[in-house]
Design a protein around this ligand. Sequence first.
Ligand SMILES: [Fe+2]
Ligand SMILES: [Fe+2]
Length: 161
Amino acid sequence: MMLETANKILENDTFRRKLEELERLEKERKFCGHGLEHLLSVARITMLICGERGIAAEPDIVYSAALLHDIGRVEEYTLGLPHDTEGAETAEQILHEVGCGKRKAERIIGMIRSHRSNDCKSDTLEAVFYEADKRSRMCSFCKAQDECNWPYEKRNVNLEV
Ligand SMILES: [Fe+2]
Ligand SMILES: [Fe+2]
């Protein structure tokens, strides 16, 4: 399957720099990290849920949005700015750099902007993306579970399909 934009993002200098910076900033973080493993998990879980529920999902859009959705964490840690809006701005720049078409770029940026809010309609790609972001964590193995502010009933304790 062609993941044209997503593969170009992986090779993009701005993306790589941001991801490296994020890795440095999260080195001492005891809560969930936001490295490549998380980003790819969100993409794969989104595709699985969409397949199960018959929700249309263009893989290149899903993978691109997943790769970019937490990139704004750099500004959140360093400047105290919200990572959804900051990430959307950086994503716009990266998508321009990789030559992504306008319609596709708008959808990807929209998913990044809404990834922290669960008020999207439940049968939309945006709602599934939100859900996949949460389900990508295995809370029962987390060393910081006693200090985590996620409500217990929302934590991923068991594997689910
Ligand atoms: Fe996020
Ligand atoms: Fe995330």
